[in-house]
Design a protein around this ligand. Structure first.
Ligand code: FE2
Ligand code: FE2
Length: 365
């Protein structure tokens, strides 16, 4: 048993986390190749992208979009230091190993395609290097807690949103700069792997110690993209750019729910998690406050939380697990189904994704 403050992890779970990290380390997949980025440089045709930008986006916006990606990606060492600190403080050697042996070497080349595109747009190497140096040297205040479960939750959210951001960039480039789109997609594929890895590491910890759920919820609530600290001049524009870049907030909300459902492992825990977030964000679910709903649910012995969890799945059009449906007898299932439908209709997606836009999602990059 490893215990440090509020973070407690049984020995068996530590062994499992170590084995997950060892498996990832053994087969990390193909990193973004520096040679491939250099080789593709003269075929980028990024200037052609300017003429093909969707309505509402200017060349200056394109520069900001690419700089946000480049600067966020270049500061790997700033984030790595926070993960090192959390791993050390909580005796989580598995986290330190993952951070230093897999994540850092992988991330180190991610800024390259975006720097290449900016060079192609006419920026000088010296200018871009100076901007990256300033970003790397800037003070980085981490938004969230640094117990291992908070760090892996943060990692999952950050990688998931970065994955989305690189996907939006690839879409923007695809027509006029297929080479640029290909390079951005190469980085995106790495971020997909990263959030899947962080999701698994979080799920193992939560399964071993469900008392960590409030730490997961707390991380969701205080989360902000690193760009908000390191490149605020661009990050604050991300939400203005996103609709023009074709972002699908509903899909993001659906994915977000799916990842947290996977981490939490049951509709009941997902329901508790959602009510905790709704209560702390001050949103009502239907006609009642989350705190009132929580009191009712606790009186029902917690079974009601499953209804909320199922309603969340239904709200974002994800299938409700069969096992849950078969567990109850027919009349109770009907009442439960009606209640679930009611909550799903009343459920504001902002409860799930934050309050940044009407059907909102947090900013990307
Ligand atoms: Fe990255
Ligand atoms: Fe990443």
């Amino acid at each position: 048993m490893s215990s440090n403050g509020t973070y407690v992890m049984p020995e068996a779970a530590i062994a499992e986390l170590e084995s997950v990290v060892a498996k990832i380390e053994a087969r990390p997949g193909e990193f973004v190749s520096m040679a491939e980025c250099r080789e593709a440089q003269e075929r980028l045709r990024t200037k052609d992208v300017v003429a093909s930008l969707p309505e509402g986006l200017t060349e200056e916006d394109l520069v900001g979009i690419l700089k946000l990606a480049m600067l966020t990606e270049c500061a790997t060492e700033s984030y790595a230091a926070v993960f090192d600190r959390g791993g050390k403080q909580h005796d989580a050697a598995w986290l330190t190993h993952f951070n230093r042996r897999v994540w850092v070497p992988d991330e180190l080349t991610h800024f390259l395609p975006f720097k290449g595109m900016l060079l192609d747009l006419g920026f000088s190497d010296a200018e871009l290097e100076r901007e990256m140096r300033q970003t790397r040297e800037a003070r980085y205040d981490h938004c969230c807690g640094i117990t291992p479960v908070e760090l892996t939750t943060y990692g999952m959210l950050q990688e998931f949103l970065t994955d989305n951001w690189h996907g939006l960039i690839a879409n923007l480039l695809r027509q006029a700069s297929p080479e640029g789109a290909r390079l951005a997609t190469n980085v995106k594929k790495r971020e997909t792997l990263h959030y899947i890895w962080y999701r698994e590491l979080t799920a193992v910890q939560v399964a071993a110690n469900p008392e960590l759920v409030p730490s997961v919820a707390g991380t969701v609530l205080s989360f902000e993209m690193p760009g908000a600290v390191l490149a605020p001049q661009y990050q604050k524009r991300a939400l203005v750019w996103m609709p023009h870049m074709g972002v699908d907030f509903k899909r993001i909300a659906r994915e977000f729910v799916r990842h947290f459902y996977d981490i939490l492992g049951s509709t009941r825990r997902s329901g508790e998690f959602l009510l905790e977030i709704a209560a702390r964000r001050g949103y009502n679910i239907g006609p009642v406050s989350p705190r009132t709903l929580m009191t009712w649910m606790n009186r029902l012995g917690g079974a009601g939380y499953s209804v909320i969890g199922e309603a969340i799945l239904e709200r974002v059009n994800l299938p409700v697990p069969e096992g849950v449906r078969h567990f109850y007898n027919a009349p109770y299932r009907r009442v439960r189904g009606a209640l679930r439908g009611f909550v799903a209709k009343k459920l504001d997606l902002r409860v799930i994704t934050g309050e940044t836009s009407p059907e909102a999602a947090p900013a990307g990059a």
